[in-house]
Design a binder for this molecule. Structure first.
Ligand SMILES: [Zn+2]
Ligand SMILES: [Zn+2]
Ligand SMILES: [Zn+2]
Ligand SMILES: [Zn+2]
Length: 415
């Protein structure tokens, strides 16, 4: 693996002084893990470790239609599949507060809460600015709490719909390629395919843009020619182009598109997982285990490195996981390092209902590997991004409710 925490970390480890291992090392590892959990904070529940975590893995989409919005996908890269296709985020919400550029779609997680009618459909969307310079600035801003306004380069939105809604059938999709949304969505930007395209090309009047900047870029990269052709063709020919759930995306700078597949972490608890073909594993399981043992031996007193070892232990079970999801009460993020963690008291309250927010999922740096992000100093990097959402998943008069995302920065900054 070229990029992300694993690659970095293995290299780091290889440079470390290694003391000989004892045979009772296994025990020691568990003890260390618990010690860490305990001094972590609050209620010190012992069943902490047992919270069922769902892991997200990425695969190339099986069908062209499988990631369309009326199939309620979980996906990463490409354009988002907006759940509410009309009332998209607008204005500053769509922009990086640092550089002012439109944010890029990272991933979305379909996470309905079946106990409530209003959350029959529920999707969380994560966006970020691809600039590492912006993410570094974001690091300081994420501490700000209302009434101070934080300027963020990473944003997460929650959207939910009842079973009976204007956009989708109340019956489950057949998933055979024949499903259609009940109605069209708003026109999306023809360049980024991401945000609402409320600006129209004044020449052809058919290409839509979220920002003038995207219009200019599209013009230079081919719309100039396409525009003339559109002007010659009859206007009716593309009247349904705007939404069959598919807007053409001209930009080649979106991250590659994947379908997200979920699996329970418990499936990976047995040694069977090794037999079950982890041939594509980005990091060899044995390799991580060995290095981790040495690490625990050498750095027992160093909480950052201990935390990191626990993190690696979980990752080693399924090294290709890009997401860890758990909405159970008391669920917590798995922190790569102990510094730069968010404690419960630091999680800001829901800005719509004022209620508490809880951990819902975290993203791992393996995602950068799938996105083909290089491993340079200025390339995008993080240790983990943790998303906290309104515990009651409240209603509000805005369709896309901004939730809270905490970015823990990459291991390279660990002293
Ligand atoms: Zn930016
Ligand atoms: Zn755009
Ligand atoms: Zn045009
Ligand atoms: Zn709320």
């Amino acid at each position: 693996m070229e990029s992300g925490a694993n690659g970095d970390s293995i290299e780091k480890l290889q440079g470390l002084q290694i003391t000989p291992l004892d045979d009772d090392d296994e025990e020691e590892r568990e003890m260390v893990a618990y010690e860490y959990e305990d001094d972590d904070e609050d209620d010190g529940e012992d069943e902490e470790e047992q919270k069922p975590v769902t892991l997200g893995f990425l695969e190339k989409p099986k069908n062209r239609w499988s990631l369309l919005r009326h199939l309620f996908p979980s996906k990463a890269g490409g354009p988002p599949a907006w759940l509410d296709p009309i009332n998209l985020p607008t204005g500053r919400s769509c922009l990086c507060d640092m550089c002012g550029e439109p944010l890029q779609f990272v991933l979305q997680v379909y996470a309905p809460i079946i106990e409530k009618e209003s959350t029959f459909h529920r999707t969380l969307f994560l966006f970020m600015c691809p600039s590492m310079a912006c993410l570094r600035r974001d690091q300081h801003e994420q501490w700000k709490r209302p009434p101070e306004k934080a300027s963020r380069s990473v944003k997460v939105f929650r959207c939910q719909l009842p079973r009976s809604n204007p956009y989708y059938s109340s019956e489950p999709p057949k998933c055979n390629g024949t499903d259609k949304p009940s109605g069209p969505g708003v026109s999306l930007c023809n360049w980024c395919g991401t945000w609402k395209g409320d600006k129209v090309c004044s020449s052809c009047r058919r290409a839509h843009y979220c920002q003038q900047k995207h219009q200019v870029t599209h013009w230079r990269s081919g719309h100039k020619v396409e525009c003339q052709q559109l002007n010659l063709s009859s206007p009716s020919s593309d009247s349904n182009l705007a939404d069959a759930g598919t807007t053409s995306v001209a930009s080649n700078s979106l991250w590659p598109e994947y379908e997200m597949i979920n699996e329970d972490e418990s499936e990976y608890d047995t040694e069977m997982s090794e037999v079950n073909g982890q041939t594509n594993a980005l990091v060899s399981k044995t390799g991580v285990d060995d290095t981790m043992k040495s690490l625990l031996d050498s750095f027992e007193g160093d909480s950052d490195r201990r935390s990191w070892a626990t993190f690696q232990e979980h990752l080693a079970k399924a090294p290709e996981q890009v997401l860890r999801y758990c909405r159970s009460a008391g669920a917590k993020a798995l922190w790569p390092t102990s510094s730069g963690q968010l404690s419960k008291a630091d999680i800001p309250k829901c800005s719509y209902c004022g209620g508490p927010r809880c951990f819902e999922f975290q993203i791992l740096p393996q995602l950068l590997f799938y996105f083909g992000v290089s491993n340079d100093v200025d390339s995008l990097d993080w240790a983990t991004m943790v998303v906290y959402t309104c515990e009651s998943s409240c209603e509000a008069n805005v369709s896309y409710k901004e939730e809270f995302v905490w970015v823990q920065h990459s291991l390279s900054s660990v002293p």
